[in-house]
Design a protein around this ligand. Structure first.
Ligand code: SF4
Ligand code: SF4
Length: 506
């Protein structure tokens, strides 16, 4: 037999046979078929291990260790181990490689090269325990100015003439990004939707429709109109917090979506309104949108269908000309724009696109904010930034660069137990998150997950208040686009110019 195709495993599972109680809990825990019990001992098929860690977490004897597989690939700066493996796999399969989560290539994270300011001596800081620091924000278009009518007979009788467009009040500048039922499980969706409802914020439905079981949470959801129009009917449009036309996604700009037929179970088929076990393919473009005017027509139609009661937005991936694209979207009548950076997560994407297409959210949000300000249309739209907002420091810096709200995905999955094994596209998530397998879905405890998501967002919001207090800023509104409170500490001065911020020491 030819062994030319053999690629060594990435991980090696070591079971300490002396500690092992032969309880076989690890065998049941593993959804990738790595472990088995041969009647005497636990044996591991290392080739299948993805380091999801479920076996080690549930082993009562702490008998399991997962290590790197001890084989050395002869070092080469150009043909790295990663590139050699890609070529080996593709010469075996002849196909496009799929991947999940966000890119795992070590691109520099610009957020890490930015430092924040704080008050000293003449400009006092604010103690958020003693003074109010407001993190409430509103999702939707704002009027550029307010007009009032004053009663000529009684100047104290003032009425506001300006009519406010629909806005959704959010308790903090955070939302959960779009993850569809299909890419994640029913229990994962339920956990997210309950958590955001209790937190007073919103979550994205993703492009897979909305199961009726989630209707009680509708008024805290932004439902998505994607090119496949899955699950779109009048019920799906009405009564939600917002509607979003999905043009692009950070992990796969210019690409559609593909949920393989085997994942289209009864639940998914009913929700997406497509036949069971048929492939759910979203075309790359919307076949009715080829210009800003076409986009304007769809936005107007959605506003009509929802009686002008909810904000309508557009989601795009962060790409090279993102600023003029965003300007066109505002002029098409959008109330909010979601910009998804290229490190953003996904349930499944071609690896080549995930890893090499798009631009980082830091530069995208700064350039869009700048352009809209220069054109005098910034207040017409809420800017939502996503694509690897990893923790509260990124949230704060993204707002100071120009975002109104940040969209978070992977940290929410981490809160629910995700171990970042990057196997979401296989549908075998052992933690019950990115799977439709009933035996795995039931592993995810909704009540525990709701609490953990709420804890995470509460913690971020508290840290946001702490930093704003140290900066002497008492509202998110005043932090937004406040780039003078940022300094650049990285290796490439030109990036600072693009971001519109000064260097440290300036
Ligand atoms: S879970 Fe731990 S103790 Fe139980 S069989 Fe597996 S390795 Fe042994
Ligand atoms: S969601 Fe599940 S499959 Fe995806 S990275 Fe996390 S643990 Fe792995």
């Amino acid at each position: 037999m030819s062994l030319i195709h053999k690629v060594f495993p990435k991980f090696k599972v070591n079971v300490d046979q002396e500690k092992c109680k032969k309880c076989t809990r690890c065998v049941n825990a593993c959804s990738f078929g790595v472990l088995s019990f041969n009647g005497e001992r636990i044996v591991a098929d290392n080739e299948k291990c993805v380091d999801c860690q479920r076996c080690a977490v549930y082993c009562p004897a702490e008998a399991i260790m997962i290590n790197d597989f001890p084989i050395v690939y002869s070092p080469h700066g150009t043909y790295t181990e990663r590139i050699r493996k890609i070529n080996w796999f593709q010469s075996g399969t002849g196909g496009v490689l799929l991947a999940s989560t966000g890119t795992d290539l070590p691109y520099p994270v610009i957020f890490d090269d930015i430092v924040l300011d704080a008050c000293q001596v003449t400009n006092p800081s604010i103690d958020p325990l003693r003074e109010p620091v407001e993190t409430k924000v509103f999702l939707g278009s704002k009027p550029a100015k307010l007009d009032f009518d004053i009663d000529p007979g009684n100047e104290n009788n003032v009425t506001m003439r300006t009519r406010f467009p629909p806005n959704f009040e959010m308790s903090m500048p955070l939302m959960v990004g779009h993850m569809s039922l299909g890419s994640i499980s029913f229990n994962a969706c339920m956990s997210i939707y309950k958590a955001v409802s209790e937190l007073g914020i919103v979550a994205g439905s993703g492009e897979g429709g909305l199961n009726e079981a989630f209707y009680p949470y509708k008024n805290h959801l932004i439902t998505e109109i994607a090119s496949g129009r899955f699950g779109v009917d009048l019920n799906y449009l009405q009564g939600v917090a917002g509607l979003e036309i999905k043009i692009g996604q950070g992990a796969k700009p210019g690409h559609g979506g593909h949920l393989p037929g085997e994942k289209v179970t009864s639940l998914i088929s009913e929700t997406r309104m497509i036949p069971k076990f048929s492939d759910a393919l979203s075309p790359y473009p919307h076949h009715d949108i080829y210009s800003i005017e076409d986009l304007q027509q769809l936005i107007s139609a959605l506003k009509e269908a929802t009686r002008y009661k909810i904000p309508i937005g557009v989601k795009i991936a962060a790409v090279h000309n993102v600023a003029p694209i965003a300007s066109g979207i505002v002029r098409a009548g959008a109330d909010f724009i979601t910009i998804d950076g290229f490190r953003g997560g996904t349930g499944a994407a071609p690896r080549i696109i995930r890893d090499h297409v798009g631009i980082p959210i830091e530069v995208a949000i700064a350039s869009v904010d700048e352009r809209l300000r220069n054109e005098g249309i910034r207040e017409k739209v809420t800017l939502i930034a996503g694509g690897s907002i990893r923790y509260s420091a990124d949230l704060i810096k993204a707002i100071a660069l120009g975002a109104d709200i940040c969209m978070v995905g992977m940290p929410v999955l981490l809160a629910m137990g995700c171990r970042f094994c990057q196997q979401c596209h296989t549908g075998n998530c052992s933690w019950g998150i990115a799977t439709q397998r009933p035996d795995l879905v039931k592993r995810l405890d909704v009540d525990v997950s709701v609490q953990r998501i709420k804890n995470l967002f509460h913690a971020w919001n508290e840290e946001l208040k702490e930093i704003m207090g140290a900066m002497g800023i008492d509202s998110v509104e005043s932090l937004r686009s406040n780039r003078d409170r940022l300094r650049y500490l990285g290796p490439n001065p030109h990036i600072a110019e693009v971001l519109g911020i000064k260097h440290v020491g300036e």
